[in-house]
Design a protein around this ligand. Structure first.
Ligand SMILES: [Mg+2]
Length: 197
């Protein structure tokens, strides 16, 4: 058996906007604190345009209510069964940018929902992480990753409509697309050149 058969490709998977509905979690805590405020639909990362407290939203989410928002934010869809189904074929690597105060509640959140993962990387330099494909919702991350010559796949959200590359609307769809990109359904042997950074 060739050594390459034993190598499981690493799939890099973002958290907020992909697995965790951060905006939904933020909105529900916000409405609890400001029941009379009307939140506009979030279509960009400029959250001060959407929440009536304006720039104060950043202190609200990053300081005052950071733990609660990050812990209580719901899942997006139902990604766990799909991740479970693929964990024997891929190394599932969580790659998430978090400020220092976001690290502990994010690790708790991943455990709370029993997200199947082989590794958790906390970094905003996702293009520097070793792995075959990135799934992310932030156009900047997708562009930076694509520049390294590896496929970047967008998780469809209102704020990333400018991305012209591959796009999926669920984790299950992403995993099927990864099979296609890495030809996992055609042959079991993948050249390491295919996915080394
Ligand atoms: Mg994200």
């Amino acid at each position: 058996m060739k050594a390459s058969k034993k190598i499981k490709p690493r799939l890099l998977i973002d958290v907020d906007g992909v697995l965790r509905d951060f905006i939904g979690g933020l909105a529900s805590i916000y409405q609890r604190e400001y029941p009379d405020h009307k939140i506009k639909p979030v279509v960009s990362r400029d959250l001060h345009d959407n929440f009536p407290i304006g720039q104060e939203i950043y202190r609200f989410m990053d300081e005052t209510f950071a733990d609660e928002i990050l812990l209580e934010a719901p899942l997006i869809g139902d990604p766990v069964p799909a991740l479970q189904a693929y964990e024997s074929r891929y190394n599932l690597v969580i790659v998430t940018a978090q400020p220092p105060q976001g690290r502990y509640p994010t690790l708790q959140w991943l455990g709370k929902y029993r997200i199947p993962t082989d590794e958790v990387r906390i970094t905003d330099q996702k293009d520097e992480v070793y792995g075959a494909i990135l799934l992310d919702d932030f156009v900047h991350n997708l562009e930076a990753f694509e520049k390294t010559g590896r496929p970047a796949v967008c998780f469809d959200q209102p704020w990333n409509q400018s991305w012209k590359g591959p796009r999926v609307s669920s984790v299950a769809e992403f995993l099927q697309f990864a099979d296609y990109l890495l030809r996992r359904d055609e042959e079991d042997i993948i050249s390491p050149d295919t996915y080394l950074a």
